[in-house]
Design a protein around this ligand. Structure first.
Ligand code: PLP
Length: 495
């Protein structure tokens, strides 16, 4: 299997290892597979009998053909082990006969980013060997919270790789700060910076762009790399859990082989839902993909009108991982539906005017699969409360947005009786203060106190990785100025 860039009409090809190492194509496009491998009913039947790591190795092997089956199995077993994902990697909780919640937050940081970030560093480490790379990859991350911690957990103690994370000192929650400051591992560094997320992000972008720094690091046998969500190495592992959910519905007798399901995904950068689209294209029986947004409903508008327009207000919501105005992975869908040339034109228009519009026939093709809904803050809070009352199920804020979207779809399309799988992307304890407020109408005493207060009102145990945070040893206390980020990187590279 070869890959090429969404923007390269000449279709230069790359191996999977190259694609994982490089992240983004030189022309600014995203890597996509040249074809989509197929998944037959016999394949699905066979996978149904297997545990999650084996399902993962099978699906990944269809895309990453320069990795051996043994390598992938070893990596998937290590990534999705019982010690990282207590119980199961992606358990499915049935709500009623027509809806099931796919819990993707049983990993070490209690959010779905773990599903990809536990495996991708292992794939990168092998990619370095496969491409003859002798240098160490130094992963540089600017984070507004969740990605930083998930990346640290994924890359810690991985061969051939180091990671440094920068976060805005006043821009993340106490829980997030503690999670990062107490990070273990021999190859990790964390620095708070004075400033906001944009300062951290701009600083990181400048370091990536600086040729003198690249030379300096090269002399030390180090090169910079990113853990960005547009890397194919993060996308491919996300296909697995949709296949896995289908297998689990089959085992539970909730569907017959071949019966279609719908999938509803709380969406930000369009990575998670695009993985579901790939599963469908492979042959997994999926009907509709319901794209759920919060008040930042640019995708809802796009799916209804064909106009993608980022010239609009940006809102901070209680589902912050979906507060996004540029959903980068949408480019991959455009490529599959409209081809290289049109994708290049849309992206050029987006860059120059902040807007593009797809032709009616392209929108029609997209709408054969995708439908968009959004939930505002009030609706999100209401959904958290009603799910607790009706199903005794505690939703996180992002998952609540998806549940609202799924309910809106059900109301609009009463004739569609397919089972809907709703992706749950975070533990309710990850956003405890907002979940607590949604349930009680009251403010928690503090961000940290909210964990215990939520446990008291909900009767649900605190998710394991978030227990006892305040008693862990703090390893990283330094707060630096943005202009000192460069020195932090070069000092860490020398260690
Ligand atoms: C990242 C994230 C999302 C959005 O996923 P995309 O792949 O960017 O669409 C949703 N929920 C949570 C909790 C996340 O961390």
């Amino acid at each position: 299997m070869k890959f090429y860039s969404t923007r390269d009409c000449a279709q230069k090809t790359y191996s999977a290892a190259q694609v994982i190492k490089q992240g983004l194509a030189d022309d600014g496009g995203l890597f996509v597979p040249e074809s989509i491998p197929s998944l037959s009913e016999a394949d699905i039947q066979r996978l149904t009998a297997l545990p999650y790591p084996e399902r993962a190795a099978d699906i990944l092997g269809r895309f990453l053909t320069d990795y051996t089956a043994e390598e992938l199995l070893a990596d998937c077993r290590a990534a999705y082990s019982e010690s990282s994902f207590e119980g199961d990697a992606a358990p499915l909780k049935l709500l009623d006969n027509r809806a099931a919640i796919l819990e993707l937050w049983h990993g070490p940081t209690a959010a779905f980013k773990d599903m990809a970030l536990q495996i991708m560093p292992r794939l990168l480490s092998r990619a370095l060997v496969k491409t003859g790379e002798k240098r160490t990859a130094l992963i540089l991350v600017a984070t507004s919270g969740d990605t930083g911690k998930a990346a640290l957990e994924g890359y810690k103690d991985i061969d051939g790789v180091k990671i440094i994370v920068f976060y805005p000192v006043d821009g993340v929650s106490t829980v997030q700060k503690l999670q990062m400051a107490t990070q273990s591992g021999n190859n990790v560094a964390v620095r708070a910076i004075h400033g906001n997320f944009d300062d951290a992000q701009t600083g990181v972008k400048m370091l990536f762009a600086e040729e003198a720094l690249a030379k300096e690091l090269d002399a030390q046998g180090v090169f910079l790399s990113s853990a960005n969500s547009i890397n194919w190495g993060r996308l491919a592992p996300q296909i697995v859990y949709y296949v896995s959910a289908y297998c689990d519905l089959l085992s539970e007798g909730k569907i017959r082989m071949g019966e279609e399901i719908n999938v509803c995904v709380p969406t930000g950068n369009f990575g998670n839902i695009f993985a579901a689209y790939l599963a469908k294209r492979m042959g997994l029986p999926i009907g509709k993909l319901i794209c759920a947004s919060n008040t930042n409903n640019i995708l809802t508008d796009f799916l209804r009108t064909g106009v993608y327009d980022r010239n609009r207000s940006f809102y901070l919501t209680m589902s912050p991982s979906m507060d996004i105005l540029i959903s980068s992975n949408l480019e991959r869908l455009l490529y599959f539906v409209a081809g290289h040339e049109k994708t290049v034109a849309y992206m050029k228009s987006l860059k120059e005017t902040g807007r593009y519009e797809v032709e009616p026939e392209i929108l029609h093709k997209i709408n054969e699969t995708f439908i968009g809904y959004f939930a505002d803050e009030e609706e999100t809070a209401k959904t958290i409360l009603t799910y607790k009352q009706d199903f005794d199920y505690l939703l996180d804020t992002h998952t609540a947005v998806a549940c609202s979207a799924a309910a809106q779809y059900r109301a609009d399309m009463p004739q569609d009786d397919r089972v809907t799988v709703i992706a749950s992307t975070a533990s309710p304890y990850k956003f405890a203060a907002n979940v607590y407020r949604s349930l009680t109408g009251k403010e928690a005493d503090s961000d940290l106190a909210a964990l215990e207060q939520l446990r008291e009102v909900s009767g649900v145990e605190i998710t394991y990785p978030l227990r006892g945070l305040e008693s862990r040893t703090v390893r990283f206390r330094e707060t630096i100025m943005p202009q000192d980020m460069r020195d932090a990187v070069t000092d860490f590279a020398k260690q």
